[in-house]
Design a protein around this ligand. Structure first.
Ligand code: SF4
Length: 361
């Protein structure tokens, strides 16, 4: 599966499921968005498998996206999830920091699991390179690509003018040819990266306050968080447990996939956030009780205004709104397939892509 197919499906509500298998990670990158350490938390294996075993061939996401922390700290669990997902017809994408690339020989179980995933992502940026040398990451990727594995690289720099970006991109193309797509992004002000807020280099992405419709793209796939809570959006603060009960879908010990999927697709507030975004909802349908204090801050307060809740139910029940939702999803699929928050590098997501690969979409 090519990166473009993954990015396209990212806009399909409940088309995928993010699974944060562990918050633990053996790397200690300064910019880690999840604040991971080797002793961070993780849900119990039997709880995770209980939920995974509720997937069926007729009720499953298209993609299970395994992340962490470092999912390959639990390779046996990863293998069981892959087996179950494949048996149901779902594909598995995994992102890894490649801690194992620092040693000459990859442990056998990890090597097998790498080969069993449908798409493998890894990261290159100045912080990862301090933990795992670039030459080691490229060596492992080279072997995987030579064996026909679909891989991609998330590359991050301070901003579009960061000289690191053209240098690392040229290095990847030199070692791997044009077979490996790259998603080039700016470093985000999250997790441990918050400590770098005052750095003169650090330019966090703007979140412009706007009261025009600005659909939330983060509420597309449900997320199983490190403690087994399932959230409707993948915003790091929400995943990290900030108070937002209206965005909680359930827990892996009590719910099954079908229940989570139905809630995610049918809850009027989630549909409205996907279609209009929180600022527009507050301005158009609110009573004035909730102040517009920023995109996600406003979202977290929407339930404080019962007028909004009632109006959203009415608006989302209209057939015309359903039509609008479907059109918007199609537009977002096209846009996300060619997305990079640094436009000059957007074309790199297409490297190695063959048209016929997504003919079935
Ligand atoms: S607007 Fe709401 S749903 Fe969207 S990312 Fe922010 S908190 Fe999550």
């Amino acid at each position: 599966m090519h990166l473009i197919e993954l990015l396209t499906l990212r806009s399909k509500p409940a088309g995928g499921l993010y699974f944060l298998l562990t918050r633990r990670c053996p790397l200690l990158c300064d910019h880690c968005s999840t604040n991971s350490t080797l002793t961070s938390e993780e849900a119990a294996e039997d709880e995770i498998l209980r939920f995974v075993n509720t997937l069926t061939p007729t009720s499953r996401p298209d993609i299970i996206f395994l992340s962490g922390g470092e999912p390959l700290l639990r390779p046996r669990l990863v293998r069981q999830i892959i087996e179950k997902s494949h048996a149901c017809g779902a594909r598995v994408v995994m992102i890894t920091g490649m801690f194992f690339a620092r040693q000459e020989k990859i442990p056998r179980l990890i090597e097998e699991v790498l080969n069993e995933t449908d798409h493998l992502m890894t990261s290159l940026d100045i912080f990862h390179e301090r933990q795992v040398p670039r030459v080691d990451v490229l060596r492992v990727l080279r072997t995987l690509v030579d064996n026909g594995k679909d891989v991609s690289i998330q590359i991050a720099g301070w901003n579009e003018h960061d000289p690191y970006l053209p240098e690392v991109i040229s290095s990847v193309r030199e070692h791997l040819g044009d077979r490996v797509p790259m998603l080039v992004e700016t470093i985000k002000y999250l997790g441990r990266a918050r400590q770098m807020e005052t750095s003169h280099q650090f330019k966090p992405a703007n979140s412009l306050p706007t009261t025009e419709a600005s659909p939330c793209v983060m509420i597309s796939w449900p997320v199983v968080t490190w403690d087994g809570t399932i959230t409707a959006c993948c915003n790091e603060d929400v995943v990290d447990g900030i108070h937002a009960p209206h965005l909680r879908l359930g827990h892996i010990v009590t719910e099954d996939w079908q229940t989570i999927r139905d809630r995610h697709l049918q809850t009027s507030l989630y549909r409205a956030l996907r279609t209009f975004g929180p600022l527009y909802l507050n301005q158009q349908y609110g009573s004035g009780k909730v102040a517009c204090e920023g995109y996600c801050q406003t979202c977290r307060k929407l339930p404080d205004d019962p007028v909004i809740t009632q109006r959203i139910e009415e608006i989302m029940a209209r057939p015309s709104t359903g039509y609008l939702e479907r059109q918007l999803t199609m537009l977002q699929e096209q846009r996300h397939a060619a997305y990079s928050d640094i436009a000059a590098y957007a074309h790199l997501v297409k490297l190695g892509y063959k048209e016929q690969e997504i003919a079935s979409l």
